[in-house]
Structure formats: C-alpha cells, structure tokens
Design a protein around this ligand. Structure first.
Ligand code: PLP
Length: 384
C-alpha cells in the first residue's frame, strides 16, 4: 500500500470505517417472510421479533425496548415521551459538546435550544454532579448525556439528578450496546436511553435505533410519538414524527443477531490486533479500544492537536484514512454557530487529540500492522 501513493485506486485506500452487514443470502429467509406476510412497516412481525430478541439478549426482564428508524428518531421519541416539546419557560437543553451532531439535531427537532456543556476529563461525559449548580438550570427543560464512542452512561447519577432537579433526562446511548449486553442493569432503567443501529455501529441494521426504558408508560408514549401520534386509532393526539423501523431494516437486524457471536469475535480480533501491534511498535500513546469503548472504534490519544493532525496526514499520504469521530466538538458545527455554550476547555483539549484509526470487522492483521508502522515511522522521524 505505501509507496504506491501516486497510483492509489479506491480499493487500495484503507477507509476510516468499512461497514460489513449481513449478506443477501443471510437476509433471504427474512425477506421471504416479508413477501408472505405483506407487512412492510408499522411494527410488523420482524420488528417485533427483533425487539423480543434484543430484550432477551439484554436480559431486560422488566425493562422494555422499542425499535426506531434511526438513533436520532429514538432520541426524539425519548424526548417527546418525557419532557415533550420545549416550552418558553424552559427552552434550553444541556448536552455535551463532545458528541455527534445527531444529539443536538434531535433536541432542535423538539424545539429546544441546545446549550453545550464541557465533558469530564476521565469519562469524556457530562458529570451530573457538576450540572447541579449550572446557572441556566431554571430555564432547562431537558438534559441529554451522551455515551461517547460507545462508553456507556451509568444511569444512577442521572436518576439522582432528575429527582433533585425535576428536569427530564434522556441518554444518547448511541454505540453503547456492547456495554449494555454485559451489564444492562447499570445502563437501562428509568432514564430513557437511545441506541443507534447505524451501519457504522457494532450492531447495525443499516439505519435504525431503539429506545430502552423500564417504564412502560414512557415506552408507550414514545411508540405513539414515533407513529404520527396515533395509538389505537387514526387520530393524532401528540407531537410526533414518523420514526418507525421498517420490516426490511428489522430483517437486517435479525440477520445481524444470527451472526452476533461471530461479529463480536471478529471485532475482538481486530481490537487485539491493534493492541498487540501498538505494543510491539512501542508507541507511547494511549490506544482506546473495546471493552472500554465500543469495539467498532480504535482511538489513538495523541499528545496534542498538532500531533494528531500530522499523524492523520502521514496516514493519509499512505492511503490510510483516519477520523475525528466527533470533529472538534459541536461548537464547531456551522449550524450551531449561534447557540450558547459554557467554556469548553476539556472538549477543546480532547476532541482534536482522539484520532480514530481505520476500523472494519474484517480489517486484516497486515493492514493493521501497516497502519501502526506508518504511525511508528512518523513518531521516529520526530524522535518521539
Ligand atoms: C451514531 C450516533 C448518533 C446517530 O444515530 P443515527 O442512528 O445515525 O441517527 C447520535 N449520537 C451519537 C453519539 C452517535 O454516535
């Protein structure tokens, strides 16, 4: 790969992320069920089966799970089912600056003005304790903590926050399904949490998501808000969107679950490959992998923003893509240029340094070694 930079074909570029979803052959039995049932959406049998299988995998005995057509829709369902649309007395929603734009987009769709808060240095997340004396709290209608890079959000602190402040909390759990599979009691309960099943996540339906909560009333309300406000009739009785998962996406989810042990093993092998290659090359930088974060991310913590930029371009010159998964933080997104924010020293420090290295469930060891060698050569040239 290296040394052929002037004749790079797309196939020779190592993408920042290369999804691998179930094949047509794996999908076929499910698609044939759709042909027979002639049900294509609206909580059909495949979506219901996917919900049941996910609940069982997550050991959610008294907690519930509702599919949605994206993680962002699941967030909207969680917001509309709890605080509802923003009102003039409490127009603000607090969310971290270190996240994907979908977090803020869901809040804005529900009428909130996102206000960006800094993250904690160790957890990369909002700290519920620190938010208790936030000066805006009297005008805040919603708080949305985020599981950054799949590092899960424990609900306990947020339950206390909600009880103390009366402010609704919905967690953007995004890519944190693996942590939930390990210990759902810690991450699923009375605070609604949304998951994304986007093609880039470990559990993927192409587009899709789910809302998880132990309160059946909240789940029922979310079901209604994600189906035009309908519930048992065609009268719309609440603010709503069309957030339902189609049967075709549910088919992908079911095929993905059929293959789950293999998928987890594949990602684990890639994670192990990175871990060993970094150790062998003696790269003195933290490398964040599963299970600390989701196993679909390999994130190198560079010393500073300049090093991160330089490594990204050294990789780029070798045909290897990399990615700052959340850019430099939401404060840098043009669409959010006029929203309020706290001082964001930790986001500004971390976001440019957390460099996402290429990831795919079938990323080969030779490619991983090539990536790590490119980084090693760069650091050596700089005598670092
Ligand atoms: C993936 C992701 C989303 C968006 O989910 P979609 O399923 O693409 O709508 C939102 N927030 C975070 C943090 C994500 O990683």
């Amino acid at each position: 790969m290296a040394g052929k930079a002037d004749s790079l074909l797309p196939a020779e570029i190592v993408p920042a992320f290369r999804p691998l979803l179930p094949t047509a052959a794996q999908l076929l039995p499910y698609l044939q069920r759709i042909d027979v049932a002639r049900l294509y959406s609206n909580h059909g049998p495949l979506a219901e089966e996917l919900e049941a299988r996910l609940r069982s995998a997550l050991k959610l005995s008294n907690a519930y799970l509702l599919t949605a057509n994206s993680g962002t829709s699941a967030l909207v369902g969680g917001i509309l089912a709890t605080s509802g649309r923003a009102n003039s007395a409490r127009p603000y929603a607090l969310c971290p600056a270190y996240t994907f734009i979908g977090t803020a987009s869901a809040l804005q769709q529900c009428g909130y003005r996102p206000h960006l808060v800094d993250i904690d240095q160790a957890s990369w997340q909002l700290d519920p304790q620190r938010l208790l004396d936030h000066p805006l709290l009297g005008q805040v209608g919603m708080v949305m903590p985020v599981a950054p890079l799949g590092r899960p959000v424990p609900i306990e602190g947020w339950l206390k926050f909600q009880q103390q402040t009366g402010i609704a909390v919905v967690i953007d759990g995004a890519a944190s399904i693996e942590a939930m599979l390990r210990d759902s009691a810690r991450y699923v309960g009375e605070i609604p949490v949304a998951l994304s099943f986007h093609a880039t996540k470990v559990f993927a339906t192409g587009e899709g998501g789910a809302l998880l909560n132990s309160n059946p009333d909240i789940l029922r309300k979310a079901y209604q808000t994600l189906n035009f406000g309908f519930m048992g009739s065609r009268e719309s009785r609440t603010a709503s969107i069309n957030g339902k998962m189609s049967e075709y996406h549910a088919a992908v989810g079911l095929a993905c679950l059929d293959d789950w042990p293999q998928r987890i093993a594949d990602y684990a092998a890639v994670n192990a490959g990175y871990r060993e290659a970094f150790a062998a090359a003696d790269i003195q930088r933290p490398l964040h992998l599963g299970p600390d974060i989701a196993s679909n991310y390999a994130v190198m913590e560079c010393r500073d923003a300049a090093e991160s930029t330089a490594i990204a371009s050294a990789l780029g010159a070798a045909g290897i893509e990399s990615r700052l998964w959340y850019g430099l933080g939401l404060q840098q997104q043009p669409v959010l240029h006029d929203i309020g924010r706290d001082a964001l020293p930790m986001t500004e420090n971390l976001a440019p340094r957390l460099l996402g290295l290429p990831m795919a469930p079938d990323l080969g060891l030779p490619t991983i070694k090539q990536i790590v060698k490119t980084i090693r050569v760069f650091l050596e040239a700089k005598s670092l």
